[in-house]
Design a protein around this ligand. Structure first.
Ligand code: C2E
Ligand code: CA
Ligand code: CA
Length: 399
């Protein structure tokens, strides 16, 4: 907000705003407390000599409430918000800079939770911040060292009773900690923006293997590869160009490629991401809506989104046999997808009972541990060879 005011109303207005915020904070403090501006739009407050933490929290609440009252700047009324991090000094905190650092960490935590929030620092926050800094450094080093690669989870067609494609899922061969899965990679990569590069590495590698399998077994043309596209990737101005280059360099046909975008990312679309999606579509690459059912998107949004596939989230599939509501949701999403001319993939199929229910509902594709876990490129290639030889996977032959 501060930056926006600076950019739209000028620096003079920005200065006026800072002075006003400083005054409001001071107004909430006692004469023994201190307020200082740390830089940019950040202030630090030192609250001295209090008897209970509640006393501090009350002061913080007052500050927050004062700040969110409208401000008159350059004869315009603007409303601003705050994010506040709180550190209670302990006997072991001897360095003022550590206290400021910890306040900063908790302020960012508060920011993550939305506007006008405050958050009290705890030790785990510091440990987590350190841990994520370490992982960030390791991801940066690991990318050029080729420590990241895709695993492939097969997707089967219920109708054809055969292998239809693979989803590429990132794995990390960490030099010390061994084999790591996305839950240990993606959150930090998202937070630091490294996900953009990581997604492109995985897309490149996965396309390269898929292209080689299709070349090896020319009797299969319709095999698809799906790869995950992180939400932060979507509005990058060079996204479409980067994908074009990957397609060109790996030799995969765009018609064999699908990109998965989560339902929640679709809702946060802006002009830049819509343009990217349009360009991706024009290249002949298809789009899939991932984790459908978890993101509260409206029917209108789904209808406007140029996807060819919808993936029903695992949470509904896993409950569908025991819980009537989940079964009805799966049925409804399947019908919705079909009515929008999309094909439907059910994720996380773990039992034969789920498979039979999905077949009865009319779902097109299934993916899950009942068939296979994500696997190495060599195992995936063997499955392609089996399909090329006309072999049907056992889980599907008997339904
Ligand atoms: P996702 O896109 O929903 O991928 C499916 C996840 O469900 C995979 O977890 C897969 O191993 C797991 N799964 C598949 N079938 C079953 C099943 O029957 N039961 C259970 N319990 N789980 C099943 P994984 O590989 O750990 O990936 C987790 C998430 O990380 C993915 O969820 C995706 O959101 C993200 N991810 C993975 N690779 C990438 C990537 O290269 N880029 C980005 N942006 N995200 C990725
Ligand atoms: Ca996915
Ligand atoms: Ca999914």
């Amino acid at each position: 907000m501060f930056k926006r005011i600076n950019d739209s109303l000028g620096h003079q207005a920005g200065d006026e705003l800072l002075i006003e915020v400083g005054k409001r904070i001071k107004h909430c403090l006692r004469s023994i407390d201190t307020v200082a501006r740390m830089g940019g739009d950040e202030f630090a407050v030192l609250i001295d000599d209090f008897t209970t933490p509640q006393q501090v929290i009350q002061i913080i609440r007052d500050i927050r409430n004062e700040i969110r009252k409208p401000v008159n700047i350059s004869s315009r009324e603007v409303v601003i918000s705050s994010s506040i991090g709180i550190v209670f000094k302990t006997a072991s905190d001897v360095h003022p800079e550590h206290i400021i650092r910890d306040a900063d960490i908790s302020m960012y935590k508060a920011k993550e939770q939305g506007v006008n929030k405050f958050k009290v620092f705890n030790k785990t926050m510091h440990e987590k911040a350190l841990q994520s800094l370490l992982i960030e450094t390791e991801i940066r080093q690991g990318i050029p060292e080729r420590e990241f690669f895709p695993y492939f989870q097969p997707v089967y067609s219920i109708q054809n009773r055969n292998l239809a494609g693979f989803e590429a899922l990132v794995r990390w061969n960490h030099p010390e900690r061994g084999f790591l899965t996305p839950d240990q990679i993606i959150p930090v990569a998202e937070e630091t923006g490294l996900i953009v590069e990581l997604d492109r590495v995985i897309l490149f590698e996965a396309c390269k293997f898929m292209a080689s399998w299709l070349k090896c077994y020319p009797n299969i043309e319709d095999l698809f590869l799906t790869a995950n596209l992180s939400p932060s990737q979507l509005s990058k101005p060079d996204l479409a160009e980067a994908i074009q280059t990957i397609v060109h360099e790996t030799g995969i046909s765009p018609t064999n490629l699908k990109l998965e975008i989560t339902e929640s990312a679709i809702m946060e679309r802006n002009a830049a991401s819509s343009l990217n999606l349009k360009k991706i579509g024009e290249m002949g690459i298809r789009l899939a809506v991932d984790d459908f059912g978890t993101g509260y998107s409206s029917l209108a949004q789904l209808q406007r989104f140029p996807a060819s596939t919808v993936k029903i989230d695992r949470s509904f599939v896993s409950r569908m046999a025991a819980d009537h509501e989940s079964l009805e949701i799966v049925r409804a999403v399947n019908a919705l997808g079909h009515s929008l001319s999309m094909d439907v993939i059910a994720e996380g199929v773990e039992t034969r009972q789920q498979l039979i229910l999905l077949k009865d509902i009319g779902c097109d594709y299934v993916q899950g541990y009942y068939f296979d876990k994500p696997q190495t490129k060599d195992d995936a290639k063997q499955l392609v060879q089996m399909r090329s030889d006309g072999f049907c996977p056992p889980g599907l032959t008997t339904i």
